[in-house]
Ligand binder design. Structure first.
Ligand SMILES: [Mg+2]
Length: 168
């Protein structure tokens, strides 16, 4: 059951993701988490480097969508900047939001990757869907109080995955 928490790829930063490698894995679209993945939690300012990296993805013909557990207004504000389909209040790791995003991108789960900073929402949800999961280090340590509780549990799961030799 722990394998459901195990990301296919762990990276320190979005820029460490090899897009060609993703393409070779058959990935045609990417579903992003919002907070602390592409934008710091509770901030409206996206770093220019991430902004241009996201633009690059679209230019390189990757389909992109945002699935967030955060509220509608905030998610829409960011998604509209890039003209991206989005799902807010997705209750990840529930599958519904991912299904909606896949439908909006016109892709099957096997053709999509999920990129997010939390094992219990993004990685678990993506793995349940059978998508390629990428766990990225959170942009800030400043986060929602509920997330801080998750982090403690996350550390326990990471320790177990490492003990089992599942995660490097
Ligand atoms: Mg997040």
């Amino acid at each position: 059951m722990y394998t459901l928490f195990n990301p296919r790829l762990c990276v320190t930063s979005l820029f460490d993701i090899d897009l060609e490698e993703l393409r070779q894995q058959g990935i045609k679209g990417i579903i992003f988490d919002l907070d602390n993945t592409i934008i710091p939690w509770d901030s409206a300012d996206m770093c220019p480097k991430i902004t241009s990296w996201l633009h690059d993805l679209v230019v390189q013909d990757f389909k992109v969508a945002i699935v967030s557990n955060n509220w509608n207004k905030r998610v829409k504000l960011i998604a509209d900047r890039f003209n991206l389909p989005f799902v807010s209040r997705a209750y990840k790791p529930a599958k519904r939001g991912f299904h909606q995003a896949l439908a909006a991108m016109g892709l099957q789960a096997a053709d999509a990757a999920v990129i997010g900073d939390q094992l219990f929402t993004d990685v678990l949800g993506g793995n349940r869907m059978g998508m390629y999961t990428i766990w990225v280090k959170p942009l800030t340590t400043h986060e929602f109080i509920g997330t801080r509780v998750h982090r403690k549990l996350e550390n326990i799961v990471i320790r177990i995955l490492k003990e089992k030799g599942l995660m490097k």
